[in-house]
Design a binder for this molecule. Structure first.
Ligand SMILES: Nc1ncnc2c1ncn2[C@@H]1O[C@H](COP(=O)(O)OP(=O)(O)O)[C@@H](O)[C@H]1O
Ligand SMILES: [Mg+2]
Length: 287
């Protein structure tokens, strides 16, 4: 069961209204299976409207990374298969388009775990990533990246392997941004970073969204940080969406606060092992 919060029109229905242009990204009922046997996504649907930040939240193993890999067609590398459903970008099916072509069409995927070329300098990393602009008659705009990430400018001649975790994450986002994407897929940018660094990075992500108009699908376990900057949020469990709503509504919902944000009435109780049964019962009700 999908619980929709509040009276805000769910984006999928909004799309049905004839006058509306198609959303930048629509995932419709997808099922994903690894190794022909392990089913990980079970009828997952979500929508990213143009220019918005949409948060995809959920605990470890829920299938968030798999969802992003399905969008950018990276599943075949892991013997994963999109077995049912459709993925549309500006209304067009993209589930069979090669990853490098998706990048050129404006989908940038910042993968989990800060993938940078450690032996290249910061600037070399950015220039190499500028390949996504191939065939679009545009040059990589290093100044724009350094404007968002002054730290990268300071370190532009250093080998990336020597950067801090936060700086590597900034570089990973900078590498995505230099291709002038229309849609950024961000996989846990906060992972393993200190709270102050997370704050910094989330502020920059929000600024990029606002100033560049790039839509974002932001995957996070750090639900609080994501809800803070996102417009709309989906919470997934075991391969499907269990709750969705505007982040304003999600932030006010008692169950969301208790089960996913870790505060509100009863949150302290949950920390106690004695109440795990109660927690599981409530969780079943939610899904
Ligand atoms: N290449 C793979 N082969 C088999 N199972 C996988 C593979 N990648 C992920 N899984 C499984 O799929 C489930 C969802 O993983 P993932 O999408 O990484 O979740 P999340 O990003 O939400 O933590 C997990 O149970 C994980 O073990
Ligand atoms: Mg993940």
């Amino acid at each position: 069961m999908i619980v929709s919060l509040g009276e805000g029109v769910p984006p999928v229905q909004a799309q049905a209204a004839e006058s509306m242009p198609p959303p930048i990204l629509a995932i419709e009922n997808i099922e994903v299976v690894y190794q022909h046997t392990v089913q990980v996504l079970r009828g997952l649907s979500l929508t990213v409207p143009s220019g918005q930040i949409v948060a995809l939240l959920g605990s470890n193993g829920a299938g968030k990374t798999t969802t992003l890999k399905a969008i950018s067609n990276l599943l075949p590398l892991e013997v994963g298969q999109l077995r049912a459903g459709a993925i549309r970008y500006f209304g067009e099916r993209i589930d069979a388009v090669a990853p490098h072509l998706l990048a050129r069409q404006g989908i940038a995927h910042v993968r989990e775990g800060r993938h940078v070329f450690e032996d290249l300098t910061v600037e070399e990393n950015l220039i190499v990533a500028g390949n996504a602009l191939h065939g679009r008659g545009e040059k990589p705009d290093l100044a724009m990246i350094y404007e968002y990430f002054p730290r990268l400018k300071d370190r532009r001649t250093q080998r990336s392997g020597y950067l801090s975790g936060g700086e590597q994450q900034m570089l990973a986002i900078g590498r995505a941004l230099i291709g002038k994407p229309k849609l950024m897929l961000l996989d846990e940018p906060s992972l393993g970073l200190a709270p102050l660094v997370v704050q910094d990075i989330f502020k920059i992500i929000e600024r990029i969204n606002r100033e560049q108009g790039v839509a974002m699908l932001l995957v996070e376990q750090n639900a609080m940080a994501a809800i803070d900057i996102a417009h709309y949020g989906y919470i997934m469990e075991s391969g499907k969406i269990v709750i969705d709503g505007t982040t304003e509504k999600l932030g006010q919902d008692a169950d969301v606060k208790r089960f996913y944000l870790g505060y509100g009435e009863g949150a302290e109780e949950l920390a106690s092992f004695r109440h795990v049964k109660h927690y599981k019962r409530r969780k079943r009700w939610l899904s």
